[in-house]
Design a protein around this ligand. Structure first.
Ligand SMILES: [Fe+2]
Ligand SMILES: [Fe+2]
Length: 150
């Protein structure tokens, strides 16, 4: 099934909503860790794993579904895709670092590290929505305009 630009936009934005919910859950657990609530490390480990899997799937979706549309939207398409590739590389590195972190060795250090990760991922998603996923960029009339120009 072919998806239109606006359908792809909707799909990716819906995934961002799910990802933000998990980030919120992670932040709540970080609060519990700071208060040394029993079981919080296990909960953090679980929600980090949930986030990891959801985010990896999200990156793959963007690369297979969004990428081919984004590259063609306008003259900045290739630059937008290059920026996305670069961001995804950095995000995969941050995910890998996080999955190797021994969460229970230095609780405050873990809280700080994960807080920073959450902040960065939120900023990345906000920026992406502003630049690559805006309504002006992912329009359904792209093909029509191309036809008129050609
Ligand atoms: Fe992305
Ligand atoms: Fe994204």
């Amino acid at each position: 099934m072919e998806l239109s630009a606006s359908q792809i936009r909707r799909l990716i934005l819906d995934e961002h909503t799910v990802l933000r919910d998990i980030l919120e859950e992670i932040e709540q657990t970080l609060g519990e860790m700071t208060r040394r609530v029993p079981g919080s490390i296990t909960r953090l480990r679980t929600s980090l794993r949930t986030f990891h899997d959801a985010f990896v799937r999200h990156l793959e979706h963007e690369e297979t579904v969004l990428r081919p549309v984004l590259v063609d939207v306008d003259a900045w398409g290739p630059a937008r895709v290059a920026a996305m590739d670069e961001e995804h590389l950095a995000q995969r590195t941050a995910l890998a670092q996080l999955s190797h972190l021994a969460l229970d060795q230095d609780l405050d250090g873990t809280v700080q590290h994960v807080e920073e990760f959450v902040r960065r991922l939120r900023a990345d998603m906000d920026g992406e929505e502003h630049h690559a996923l805006s309504e002006e960029v992912l329009r359904d009339d792209i093909i029509v305009i191309d036809t008129f120009m050609g």
